[in-house]
Design a protein around this ligand. Structure first.
Ligand SMILES: [Ca+2]
Ligand SMILES: [Ca+2]
Ligand SMILES: [Ca+2]
Length: 256
């Protein structure tokens, strides 16, 4: 029985779409060791995220329970302001916009500033959760922190934004909870939560990340299809196409 050619083409297409899902994050080196990325440049927002989402863990700023990487808001802003990573200074906490009216007023509405499904265009952390990583808020089945991308230590806890509550700027600030994909307000000194450093623009040295060998994958799909096709003429045609493609991508020069 012949397996349709389209089966192989669909498999390759799915692989290419998966690779494109993270295409807006680009590895950046900050310490001169090119084996590891210390940051990721988000080309869609034109900001650079620290690779560690618990970067303040064990520092002098780690108040409350020492060593858990969770800080009060004032300590979080103090930590991020003094960061010097390979000469890169000027780090900050992620930003959001308190949409009108001030405060958390739209908890039940989508694309507001509070609760589930806040507008990713007005919150860098919500953009990371929904758009960059491809997660859904926990108000739907299967929602929550499913995809972490390259951020291995990203957890489901709260992360500070750098945005104070307009009506109580000394007491409260906005935070984002990655476990459920929701934005809310917390007392600046009432809780200690995570701090994730971000920087304007493209910071650090670009690291080579191999591009998916697109043309080569298509050739493999054609060869697989040829191997399983019942028609001898179709098999020969598919193999011919694959060989032409592989020669052009430099993977083979053997015509057999
Ligand atoms: Ca490095
Ligand atoms: Ca702590
Ligand atoms: Ca508001």
């Amino acid at each position: 029985m012949s397996i349709p050619v389209w089966s192989y083409i669909l498999i390759v297409a799915a692989g290419l779409l998966s690779a494109q899902a993270r295409a807006e994050l680009h590895a950046r080196d900050l310490d001169g060791h090119r084996a590891n990325a210390e940051a990721w440049y988000d080309s869609e927002l034109n900001i650079t995220w620290l690779a560690q989402t618990h970067g303040a863990r064990g520092t002098a700023f780690d108040d409350g329970n020492f060593g858990d990487g969770m800080l009060s808001w004032n300590q979080a802003t103090a930590w991020v302001a003094q960061l010097d990573l390979g000469g890169a200074t000027g780090w900050r906490l992620p930003a959001m916009t308190d949409l009108d009216p001030p405060g958390c007023d739209h908890f039940q509405l989508p694309l507001s500033d509070c609760g589930y499904n806040v507008d990713p265009a007005h919150s860098e952390l919500a953009h990371m959760f929904h758009v960059t990583l491809g997660n859904r808020s926990a108000d739907v089945p299967g929602g929550g922190l499913v995809h972490r991308g390259p951020f291995g230590d990203l957890d489901g806890g709260l992360y500070w934004t750098g945005t104070s509550l307009v009506t109580h700027p000394q007491n409260a600030a906005w935070a984002y909870i990655f476990g459920i994909g929701a934005q809310e307000i917390e007392g600046k000194s009432a809780v200690t939560v995570h701090a994730w450093a971000v920087h304007e623009g493209d910071v650090g040295r670009a690291l080579e990340v191999p591009e998916p060998p697109v043309a080569w994958l298509w050739c493999c799909a054609l060869l697989l299809a040829a191997l399983h096709h019942e028609s001898g003429r179709m098999r020969a045609a598919l193999v011919r196409f694959a060989r032409v493609g592989m020669r052009r991508t430099g993977h083979s020069s053997d015509d057999g």
